[in-house]
Ligand binder design. Structure first.
Ligand code: ADP
Ligand code: MG
Length: 288
């Protein structure tokens, strides 16, 4: 017996590294007309590099980095992993951290050597403008602040390159799906704009918490749009769940959090999107 076209397309997409849960996902994919993309780890390589460590006050850079790296011990976030990896590469001894908590879209908290350490978005410092943050962001870097016992203790700057082939992949998406893919990010406006410019994207929504990303999707849907979202599984779960089709970027051995998603992008996550939509449309046409 021959396989029904939609089921056959599920198999084809799986071989291409886009694993969709079932045929209903392909049916929904055939209908999407709006694309929203997370920045960190989706548009970017997800292998950010620490480019600066700037303590405030009398603490040395290595002390600041050790505190931050220690606090990030339990982090699954690419930024957290990058901070920790950098501290270890520098040969620093990272003290044991207790009471680790991650707040999606915000950062992490832990107790390190009896001190409360927080690492995350600059807004964690409240209304205080932490010196160094603005200059990093202006240069297109992601700025992460470190607070010790509630006081700003320094800034870590990270750079994250666009994925190879991202601009081409996005041009194909624009052609096949129409409209301009939107960048949704928890990062600040400047670094998001710098990246978007490099990729030929103009629609950027920055400084969003995970629930704000859901609001953007709901607003599009209220206008009758069918939304395809791609993001990482750690703090984009609400975004992926709210989209008509939510695909989680999951390359390599990382934990698969498929619960909120309709499928997984395991290879070339940006490059595989337009061909997936085309495949879904073709399969549905044949099935009818
Ligand atoms: P994006 O939407 O671009 O994927 P996230 O929502 O994951 O970004 O994170 C938003 C911001 O929160 C980051 O730019 C960073 O400042 C901060 N942040 C989140 N998690 C962490 C972490 N584990 N360590 C440091 N900073 C973090
Ligand atoms: Mg993300």
């Amino acid at each position: 017996a021959t396989m029904p076209p939609l089921l056959a397309a599920v198999a084809v997409s799986g071989r291409r590294g886009t694993l969709v849960k079932d045929v209903t996902v392909l049916e929904a994919l055939a209908e999407v007309d709006t694309v929203v993309l997370d920045k960190t780890g989706t548009l970017t390589s997800g292998r950010p590099q620490v480019v600066s460590v700037t303590p405030l006050g009398s603490r040395r850079a290595d002390e600041l980095l050790a505190l931050a790296g220690a606090a990030e011990a339990g982090s699954e976030h690419v930024l957290g992993r990058a901070v920790r990896a950098h501290a270890l590469e520098r040969g620093l001894h990272l003290p044991h951290a207790e009471g680790f908590t991650a707040v999606p879209g915000e950062g992490v908290r832990a107790v390190v050597g009896g001190r409360a350490v927080a690492v995350g978005r600059p807004e964690l410092a409240g209304d205080v403008e932490v010196p160094g943050v603005a200059a990093l962001q202006e240069a297109g870097r992601t700025a992460v602040v470190v607070l010790v016992d509630g006081e700003p203790a320094g800034v870590v700057g990270l750079s994250d390159e666009p994925r190879p082939g991202a601009a081409t992949a996005l041009a194909a998406l624009r052609r096949e799906v129409g409209g301009d893919p939107q960048v949704l990010t928890g990062d600040a406006e400047r670094p998001a704009r710098v990246l978007a410019d490099r990729l030929g994207l103009t629609r950027v929504r920055a400084g969003l918490l995970p629930d704000d990303k859901v609001e953007v999707v709901r607003a599009e849907q209220a206008r009758g749009r069918r939304v395809l979202a791609a993001g990482d599984g750690i703090n984009d779960a609400p975004l992926l769940a709210s989209a008509d089709v939510g695909l989680v970027v999951s390359e390599g051995a990382g934990a698969l959090s498929l619960e909120a998603a309709d499928g997984v992008l395991t290879r070339d996550p940006l490059g595989s999107l337009a061909p997936l939509v085309v495949l879904a449309r073709r399969a549905r046409r044949i099935a009818r």
